[in-house]
Design a protein around this ligand. Sequence first.
Ligand SMILES: *Cc1c(COP(=O)(O)O)cnc(C)c1O
Length: 414
Amino acid sequence: MNKPERKAPAHAPMHQFPVRDGVLVVGGIPLPQLAARVGQTPFYAYDRQLLSQRVAELRTALPPGLKLHYAMKANPMPALVAHLAGLVDGIDVASSGELKVALDAGADPREISFAGPGKRREELQQAVAAGILINIESFREVSELAAIIGQTGYPARVAVRVNPDFELKSSGMKMGGGARQFGVDAERVPELLAEIGRSGIGFEGFHLFAGSQNLKPDAIVEAQDKSFELALRLAQSAPAPVRFLNLGGGFGIPYFPGEQHLDLAPIGARLATLVERAAHAMPEAKLVIELGRYLVGEAGIYVTSIIDRKVSREHVFLVSDGGLHHHLSASGNFGQVIRKNYPVAIGNRMTPTRCETASVVGPLCTPLDLLADHMELAEAQPGDLVVIFQSGAYGFTASPQAFLGHPRCVEVLV
Ligand SMILES: *Cc1c(COP(=O)(O)O)cnc(C)c1O
C-alpha cells in the first residue's frame, strides 16, 4: 500500500498586492513599469496604501484608549517614516540618527521615545534638547542625565526600561527576561527609581519589551499581562505618577512555510481590559504598544532581475542582480538558525503556465548568497523580475550593502 503523501507546509498566501494580466501591481503600478520608473534593479518598494490599511486594521482591533507607536528601526526610510508619523501616535527611535529622521518627518517630540542599551553622552544631550522621552536602560544614564540637566537647564523626561523577570514565549527573538543588555533588571528598578527621584529628572513611566516576531496571540497576551502586573508593582516605588506605560509589542508576520497571519482579536480584547484596569490603577497613564515589523513588513517587496539562468547537474539556478548584500534576512543570515525560504515569486509571471523547481541566487562569491532554495517558481528567463515578499522590515538598512562592492540598492515609496 502506498503511504499517503505528506504535503510540505506552504507559505501563507500573499494577497496584499493585486495581480493584473499576470503581473504584480504595486502602488497601482504594474511591476515592470515600476522597475522602469525606478530606473534600476534591485530595489525595495513600499506601498503607502498598505501601510495606511495596516494602521486602520490595528485601530479596529485594538481598544480606542491604546496608543500605537512605530518602532522605526524596522524601516527608517524618511518618506515612509513621514507617512507613518501622520497615522500613528508616536515614534520609537533607537539612535540619534533615527531621532533626526523622526523629527524631520514632523513627529511631535513629546510623542517620540528613545530606547537602546548604549546611549552616548551626545545622544542623551540631543534627546534632552529635543524634549523627547528617554527610556533609561542603566544607572549610568541617570547620572549622565543629571549632569546634562545641570549644564543645560533643560528638563529631562524619562521612562524606565525594565528587563522583566519573564520571557516572551515562542518569540523569534527574545529581548527580555534572564540576563540581558536591555533595560534594568526588575529587582533593581526600585533602587533606580529612588535615584531618579533624587536627581531632579522627570519620571514619566515604564517601558517593557519582551521580544520580537511572535505569531502566537496567547504568548503575546501573557507577556502583556505580566508586563502590566510588573509595572503596577514597580509603580509603588515611583517618584511620580505613571503617565506612560509602554507594553512592547512583538507582533509577528508570516515569513516561512507553515506560518499563519497573527490573529489580532484576542490581543485586542485583552488589551481592552488592561486599558480599563489602568484607568483605575494608574489613572494618568497612557498605555502604548510599539510595533515595527507588523506595521511595515508586509507592505514592502524586494525586486531583483535575473541576469543568468544556469543549469548545474540538472538543478536550475536563477542568478539575480540582488542578494544578501541588500536583503540579509531573506538569505537566512539575519538571526535564523535554520535557513528557510521567504515567499518568492516571479513578478511578471504571476499566472504561469509552466513551473519548475529552481534556486534564486545573487551575484556574490559565497554560497550564503541564496534568496530562494529549491522553490517551485514560474519558469523564468533573464530579464524577469524576482519578487521577495514580506520585505518592508529589516531589509535595506539591515543588510551589508558594501559587501563585495556591487551597486547600491534603491528604495521607493509608492
Ligand atoms: C526592535 C524593537 C521594536 C520593534 O520590534 P518589531 O519586532 O519590529 O515589532 C520595538 N521595541 C523595541 C524596544 C525594539 O528594540
